[in-house]
Structure formats: C-alpha cells, structure tokens
Write a protein that binds this ligand. Sequence first.
Ligand code: SF4
Length: 336
Amino acid sequence: MSKLCTAELFELDLETLAREAQRITRQHFGRTISLYAPLYLANYCENQCTYCGFSANLRFKREKLGPEQIETECAALAATGIQSLLLLTGESRRHTPVSYLLEAVGIAKKYFPSLSIEVQPLETEDYRALAQAGVDGLAVYQETYDKELYARLHLAGKKRDYQYRLATPARAAQAGIRNIALGVLLGLGAWRPDVEALFGHLSALEKEYPGVDFSLSFPRMLQVEGGILPTLVSDADLVRILCVARILFPRVGINLSTRESARFRDHVFSLGVTRMSAASSTIVGGYAEPTPGGKAPSTEGKNPQFSISDGRSLAEIKTMLISKQYDPVLTDWRRI
Ligand code: SF4
C-alpha cells in the first residue's frame, strides 16, 4: 500500500485504510497517546479572519493575562497532572510582542517540562530566543493552501501575507524549534486539495529539516458568531484524511483536539492519532477557577476562539485510554 500515490490512497475503501493506518501506528508508536492542554494568554488579534471568534472586527472585551495570572493559571493546570502545555494568543504584535511571550514562557516552564506555542508568525531570531527560553514546539497552520480562497478569507492584518505564513515553519526549524505542527482548517473550502497541498508542504520540510519532528493537525471548522458557514467535512472524510496521513507519513505525529466530540475521538484515535488535548479552555485563562470533576471550563458568556466538544477532565480521558489498553503519556520530554 505504501507504493500507492496520495490520490490512489484517497480512493481506497475506509475499512482497508483504517486497518493499515492502525497497524502502522502501533508499529511506530505502540499503544500510547500523549496528552496536553492549551492555555490562552490573550485574545487580541490584528487580523480579520472571516471564520474566527477572535477576528479583529468583532467587538467584545479583549483580555490578556498578566504575570501573576499566568502563574495562577499554570499552577492550577499543572495541579491537574498536565505536563505538556500549548501557550496560545491571537496574533497581535502590539499586545503580545515577543517580550510578553518570553515572560510567559519563563513562568510556564517552572510548571511544565514541555512547552509549545501557537502565536503570530515570528522572525527566525524571535523563534531562536523563544527556543532558548524553553519553547520546544510550535503550531502554525496555513489554514488553506488555495491562494485565492486565502485572500478572500483573510481580510486585514499581517496574515494576508500568504508567503510569509507559508515560510513560518522553515524559520522556526532554522531557529532550533524541535517540534513543529502544520495543519489546514478543514471546512474553509474543498478539503482534498488542501490536504494534498499540506502533505506536499510537509514532505518538503521533512527533506529540508530532517532533525525536526513534524506533526499534523486537521481541525474542523466550527461556526462562530459573525463568521462564515463551514463547508461540510464529514466524520468519514476526517477518518479518511487521518488514515491517509498515517500511511503516507508513518512516523509523523498526528494531533486531535477537543473540537471533536468525545464519541468521535474515542472511536478514531487508534487509527493514527498520537497526541490529544484534554480538559481544554478556549477562553483567556479559565483554569484558575475549579470546575466540577476537573472538566473543561465553561465558555458561557465568554468569547472563545471556538467551542469545544469534548469537555471531559484529564482523569476521564486517561481512564478511557486505559480501558482501551492504551498508555496516556503526560510528557516524553524534559528540559536539561
Ligand atoms: S484565526 Fe488566528 S489570526 Fe485569525 S482572527 Fe483568529 S486568532 Fe486572529
């Protein structure tokens, strides 16, 4: 099957794909799933993306965590057992400049052995400074590789520069970030050309930067107030994408977030997923106030970037994995 091209793989029946994807995943990753949580530091954004709850044209109270709040949020999240953290902001060079990110990283690294960021695309020297400060991972999604669609969806801000965003993973790799997640936002347009372009981007980066661990994410767009309607990407489509990704890239990490329902995640993770988020908050902060049973914080009355579907606690997700004979992995990385 490994000799088939991407187009031929997409035409295979789902059961054959699923069987092969699961076999390859177990061969390379065993029965393990890494768990992480996101922490939104700020929701300021200078871009206008027609599909996002943080878009600069939307009117709501913008917030940014100060050093003490970051400390409190990190302490609360670490107390739940999470050891791998993804720090997120909107994309605002004014409100969340590199100096702010460095300060946040300095605080968070006291609590978490592994730290990733999902922030505005930066210059190589900025990534180098963040890597030296303790960042080992970066998530940056092209959203869509269709340049015309990209121009129609991104109405204002630095994000309009398609090429600058496209070259971001390479700048991070040159700066020594060891783990880089790429992705497309499924539902913006036709999924197949986007996914095929993403695979091409990943192949080129793997050849150029063999020392970097790349991973893939396939978030499905959820409609936000004032945003465009998503194009349907069915559960079967997403399973097909995950399986083909695993077969084409046997060793690459694949992430699955709490955007997806608990039922869907429980059914498909074994087909190729290596990393899942747990008990996630998609509002700024959100962890310092205890929630019943450690479940994901409520977004009611707040402005989340998107709503989560799987609100289970870390303990519940660990229990689910163990019941399926999988080992939940809280960290596979320690800073020296
Ligand atoms: S997708 Fe990112 S860049 Fe676009 S509005 Fe949302 S937070 Fe800002």
